[in-house]
Design a protein around this ligand. Sequence first.
Ligand code: KG4
Ligand code: ZN
Length: 367
Amino acid sequence: MAKDLLILGLESSCDETAAAVVARAADSSGRILSNVIRTQFDEHAAYGGVVPEIAARAHVEVIDGIVASAMAEAGVDFADLDAVAATAGPGLIGGVIVGLMTAKAIALVHGIPVVAVNHLEGHALTARLTDGLDFPYLLLLVSGGHSQFVAVKGFGDYERLGTTIDDALGEAFDKTAKLLGLPSPGGPHVERLAASGRADRFELPRPMLGKGSLDFSFSGLKTAVRHAAEHIAPLTETDVADLAASFQAAVTDVVAAKAAIALDHFKQTTSVLSPTLVVAGGVAANKAIAAALHQATASRGARLIVPPLNLCTDNGAMIAWAAAERIAAGRLADTTIGDRSAPARARWPLDDRVAPKIGSGRLGAKA
Ligand code: KG4
Ligand code: ZN
């Protein structure tokens, strides 16, 4: 019987320092042996967003301890590992370097390969770890740095069908929260207040709908919220709740309508009659959006998979798993240490056949 692949994965491309040990069996099933995540909420709280230099320093301070915890929790020795993997981009370059150099040091000391993983590939393949999903499927990645539809056709075969041309969806939530005077990161606060607000009080645009495009644009919507808020300032608690509800309703409409278009496109181009839509990224936590996506998928005879939230947001398990999939696909040589094609990269689009847009793999973007 073939031995399981055992991989340590590191993630440090934004404000999470994470390490995990994942096993992949010969039948392609995966098991998470440990998954340690430390979020830098406190470090950035005073600044209303992630400060790259502070993030990098915070990763340096804790990454050794996070790795030690992940190894201890998994109950494995470095000598047991088949490889060590790290996010090599896209992301905040200082943080990416911290994780990648840590992985390289571990690899050199223990004589194992290091695998440079595209962070987006980690998100894209997570549902194969959590749900044993077969290729092909459709991915909607909605995080603080990315909003894209990707057709995941096979390992290494990713077609970006649409992306944001300005702000990412999580970023739009965060900026809207900021202008409503809510704490950072704002997404969960907007959702909480939206629950008690009137979604029909403010007429907000549904950007990029109606053209059949799978691209998103959220910056105009954020400006519309600002204008509405300025118009009625000073804001009462009810005003804030109504603005939050109106904003959330607008983005929910856009995301659900585009998911339906994306599924139609996916069905036509792959001949898969009952496709699966996987949602990843922090915004997947939003219950209104998840409910609308359930409806949109059901209306298209499709299945929706929302992996557990701690695997939807940034984590080391998805990086370890992407590396395991790479090794299983016989593609390890593409990224191992010494290969100059795998440096730390601030930008690294998953699909390099499409033209980059501002919102995709953009410098300093959270992924
Ligand atoms: O994937 P993630 O944890 O980090 C990266 O962007 O890499 O996503 C964080 C984003 C933030 O913009 C946050 O405000 C948003 O996800 N978010 C939410 C919710 N929870 C987190 N947005 C809307 N509703 C939520 N419940
Ligand atoms: Zn991410």
